[in-house]
Ligand binder design. Structure first.
Ligand SMILES: Cc1cc2nc3c(=O)[nH]c(=O)nc-3n(C[C@H](O)[C@H](O)[C@H](O)COP(=O)(O)OP(=O)(O)OC[C@H]3O[C@@H](n4cnc5c(N)ncnc54)[C@H](O)[C@@H]3O)c2cc1C
Length: 211
């Protein structure tokens, strides 16, 4: 393939071997979602949803949820550490139980959809829409940390402008002018990141639920 420019918009997928510019630059984290059947009038009243906007709680390992336009409830949270464990029942149960804790009227409600996937978390939790090396015509829009399709649409537009040699109306911000950072302690820590994540998940759970 011959190309004048390459734009990487692959989310958390396939980044390690794509270009050395991206090796270890994002930390893929699994996210999980479930969607209920549409709520009845009584259930809707009992849940007291006043908006379709996304809502999040204040845990470190947050639950985020919203009432969809067709009156279903979607709720999501973190999932397994590794892709191989993502199908395990207890990750699904975490969401079903979390839904019932927030909305007792929805305990036992039928779940119509469930899915999981990787989100691209950057090491400073900030996205980047940049050409990281002026000597190479490689661009990327990455590191949204699961913060949604609205930002990915915006980032796609900003990146397309850059590939076309245009400067968009964006204000001067580090997210447009700096590359995704390495792990803070240096690249040698990268192989141990999953171990650290596993320990942090346990600590955060203890802090969120017990302490
Ligand atoms: C379980 C879950 C629930 C979510 N719920 C919500 C929600 O309710 N609301 C919301 O706003 N956001 C939600 N998000 C976050 C949202 O999905 C992401 O922030 C957004 O999709 C990121 O968009 P993207 O285009 O950067 O990457 P992606 O949507 O991940 O797209 C990347 C694409 O690149 C392709 N690709 C990968 N590698 C290669 C390669 N080597 N060559 C070619 N193509 C490749 C992939 O197949 C994929 O199609 C959720 C995420 C997950 C995982």
């Amino acid at each position: 393939v011959r190309a004048r420019a390459v734009a990487v918009a692959t989310g958390a997928y396939g980044l390690q071997g794509l270009t050395p510019l991206l090796k270890n630059r994002v930390f893929p984290v699994l996210s999980n979602s479930i969607v209920t059947r549409p709520l009845t009038d009584e259930e809707l009243q009992a849940t007291n949803f006043l908006t379709h906007q996304a809502i999040t709680d204040t845990r470190t390992l947050r639950f985020y949820y919203r009432l969809l336009p067709d009156r279903r409830v979607q709720i999501g949270s973190r999932s397994a550490i590794s892709g191989a464990a993502a199908h395990q029942e207890h990750h699904y149960r975490l969401l079903v139980d979390g839904l019932a804790r927030k909305f007792p009227a929805l305990k036992g409600i039928r779940i119509d959809h469930s899915w999981w996937g990787w989100v691209d978390v950057s090491h400073d939790m900030m996205p980047r829409v940049v050409q990281p090396d002026p000597a190479q015509s490689i661009y990327y829009a990455l590191g949204y940390g699961g913060n949604g399709v609205s930002f990915s649409a915006h980032a796609g537009r900003r990146m397309a402008e850059r590939v076309a040699g245009l400067r968009g109306p964006e204000i001067e911000l580090p997210i447009y002018d700096s590359a995704l950072p390495f792990p803070r302690q240096g690249e040698w820590t990268a192989p141990f990141r999953r171990l650290g994540q596993s320990m942090l998940y346990r600590w955060y759970w203890l802090r969120d639920e017990i302490l």
